[in-house]
Design a protein around this ligand. Structure first.
Ligand code: NAD
Ligand code: WQD
Length: 344
């Protein structure tokens, strides 16, 4: 049996782009996704890009029997774990759904991994685990906290993984804390397709540019930032995918690293660019990339939003030898290409 990487949530936004890079790097990929927020046709788009279809199983990470079977029937080397729900507002309305899907789901996955003695894991964490930034840029040593059930689920999973590693230091785990992923594969064949009204800025802007929504609401212009609007560290999804590949290569090849003497390791690594852009800067960049106006209204602040958030990238550079390479222009151009292709 060929060594295979199990990618949970692999038909989703970040999982699909990471699958492309894994396949291009020579890995066999098996995707497990329950399609609650994605479409099975993404596997065909991946095959068009890479020339190779990933294996795909429609199923849920909470299904322990299914997971046991997947580990028994395949030679799984490592798991890249994207599967999860991610809407902050929905998590406030439905906290138990988030605890079940994200925490119980991850617990079930970890039990199956332990049973199969597969101990190499990349986990999709989030900058949300830093809570309200006390100092910028955010380093991996910033204190952790959560302000909503979604963020709490990420924090609890990171803590769970800490205790798993403590109980058996042969595990090789990397918590990747993403900042604000945007953009799409340059082919325009895969990208971000939120269902319903987008929660996040970039997909909303793209829908306004495409004429699907009349205008953007800018949530607050009285933050202590240069233009008063919120500042975030937007990162191109292809750079994020490259960060996963670098992290996986490190976990799978510990001897290639300089100072790893222990059998396992547990890393927490930011994946961001290290610079922030305001909402108004994002609008201006999107207008330039799309050639379309992005009308907007200034509205009250969105509850729970922080003024500014951007990453320290030093540790990622040091430990993964990775850094983001794509700029804002490319993030907007690629997101727009995907949006236009979706429109047909
Ligand atoms: P996404 O919704 O596009 O992808 C997640 C995928 O997981 C979807 O295809 C969904 O169908 C699947 N899924 C959900 N629950 C499942 C379950 N119980 N069993 C099997 N499959 C399941 O989201 P994304 O933006 O690609 O995010 C991927 C991961 O990264 C998530 O864990 C998310 O919390 C995390 N993350 C995302 C962002 C972001 O802004 N996009 C930022 C930080 C962290
Ligand atoms: C960015 C900026 C908004 C929409 C969220 C989650 C976080 C992480 C990434 C998963 C902010 C402003 C937005 C709009 C606006 N996800 N905005 N009008 O809030 O940084 O992070 O997604 O882990 O956990 O909280 O991203 O894209 O929603 O907002 O003015 O219609 O755009 O106020 O300043 P955010 P976002």
């Amino acid at each position: 049996m060929n060594p295979t990487i199990l990618v949970t949530g692999g038909t989703g936004f970040i999982g699909s782009h990471t699958t492309v890079l894994l396949q291009e790097a020579g890995f066999q990929v098996l995707i497990l996704d329950n399609l609650s927020n994605s479409d099975a046709q993404v596997t065909q788009a991946i095959a068009t890009i890479t020339g190779q279809s990933p294996q795909f199983i429609a199923g849920d990470i909470r299904d322990e029997a299914l997971l046991t079977r997947i580990f028994a029937e395949n030679n799984i080397q490592a798991v890249v774990h994207f599967a999860g729900l991610k809407a902050v507002g929905e998590s406030v309305a439905e906290p138990l759904l988030y605890y079940d899907n994200n925490i119980h789901g991850t617990n079930t996955l970890l039990r199956a991994m332990k049973k199969a003695a597969v101990k190499t894991l990349l986990f999709s964490s989030s900058a949300t685990v830093y809570g309200e930034p006390q100092a910028l840029p955010l380093t991996e040593r910033h204190p952790l906290s959560s302000t909503n059930p979604y963020g709490h689920s990420k924090l609890v999973i990171e803590q769970m993984l800490g205790y798993v590693f403590q109980s058996d230091p042969q595990w090789r785990i990397c918590n990747l804390r993403y900042f604000n992923p945007v953009g799409a594969h340059p082919s325009g064949l895969i990208g971000e397709s939120p269902r319903g009204i987008p929660n996040n800025l970039m997909p909303y802007i793209m829908q306004v540019a495409a004429g699907q929504r009349p205008k953007l609401q800018v949530f607050g212009d009285d933050y202590p930032t240069p233009d008063g609007t919120g500042v975030r560290d937007y990162i191109h999804v292809m750079d994020l995918a490259a960060g996963h590949l670098a992290a996986l290569q490190r976990l799978l090849n510990p001897t290639a690293q300089t100072s790893v003497q222990t059998p396992g390791e547990l890393l927490n690594v930011n994946l961001g660019t290290g610079r922030g852009y305001s909402v108004l800067e994002m609008i201006a960049a999107a207008e330039k990339a799309t050639g379309r106006p992005i009308p907007y209204d200034i509205c009250p602040r969105r509850p729970g939003d922080v003024a500014s958030c951007w990453a320290s990238t030093d540790y990622a550079t040091h430990v993964l030898n990775w850094r983001a390479e794509r700029g804002l222009e490319q993030m907007c151009a690629d997101a727009w290409r995907y949006t236009q292709k979706q429109q047909g």
